[in-house]
Design a protein around this ligand. Sequence first.
Ligand SMILES: Nc1ncnc2c1ncn2[C@@H]1O[C@H](COP(=O)(O)OP(=O)(O)OP(=O)(O)O)[C@@H](O)[C@H]1O
Length: 252
Amino acid sequence: MALIAFEKVDLSLGGRSILTDIDVSIQKGEFLSVVGPSGCGKTSLLNLAAGLLMPSAGRVTYAGKEVTGPRQDIAIVFQDYGKALLPWRTASGNIALALEAMNYPKDLRETRIAELLDLIGLSEHAEKFPNQLSGGMQQRLQIARCLAQDPAVLLMDEPFGALDAMTRQTLQDEVLAIAARTGATVLFITHDLEEAIYLGDRVIAMRPNPGRFEVSFKIDLPRPRDQLTTRERPEFLKLRRELFDVIKEVEH
Ligand SMILES: Nc1ncnc2c1ncn2[C@@H]1O[C@H](COP(=O)(O)OP(=O)(O)OP(=O)(O)O)[C@@H](O)[C@H]1O
C-alpha cells in the first residue's frame, strides 16, 4: 500500500515553476532516496510530503487522504542540526521538547528520554548542551528528537551533508538500523550518489528547471547492508556508474 503518494503534482513559487509532473508512490516501510543537482527542488519535494507546502496542481496523499498540513506521525530531520536544536536545553531537554509538544504523559517522560538517548548512543551525554557535543552527536540528538514522536515517516533532508566521512557512515548504518527496527518509511534527500544507493530500496534522480523525475532505480542489494562489502559489490558499482551518468547529463 502507498503510504505517501504524489499524484501529478506541480509546484509554483513566486510565479516560477519549481516542480512539475511529480508522480510517485512511496510504499509503507520503503526507503526512498532522491538525488539531483542543486536547486532541482528536492527540499520542495520533501516540504510537500511534510505538508509544509501545498501543490499548485495535483495532490499529495498520506494513507490515502490529502495532506493539508504538518502531522505528528511525519518527522523531519534537517541538515542543519545547529539550528534544529535548542542551545539552552541539554540533550535530555531537547528530547523532552518533542515529548512536551505531543503531551506525552509526564511520569513516563524520563524513561522515554533515557530509551531514546540509549538508542542513539548518547546516554553518557544526557546533561550536555548541544555546543558541548560533536556534529555527529548533535545530528544523532536531532534524530532522537524526531524519533520521540514515534513517527511512521522520516523525511531526511541531506541530514549527513555537514558531517565527516566516518561519522557519516556510522550514522547511515544507524538510520538503517532504526528504519529496520521501527518499520518507518523514509524519504531521504542527498547529493551523495553512493549514500543514496547504499541506503535506498529505490533511488530517484531528478532533473532541474523545472524539477522533475528523470529516472528511478530499484536497489536490490541485500540487507543488512555493510559499508565495505555492499559498496564493493558489482551491482553497487554498476548502479553508481549509471546514476553518475544520469546526474552528469541532467546538470548540463
Ligand atoms: N519560497 C520560494 N519562492 C521562490 N522560489 C523558491 C522558494 N523556495 C525555493 N525556491 C526555489 O525553488 C528551487 C528549488 O529549491 P529547493 O530548495 O527545493 O532545491 P534543492 O534541490 O533542495 O536544492 P539544494 O540541493 O541546493 O538544497 C530553487 O531554485 C529555489 O530558489
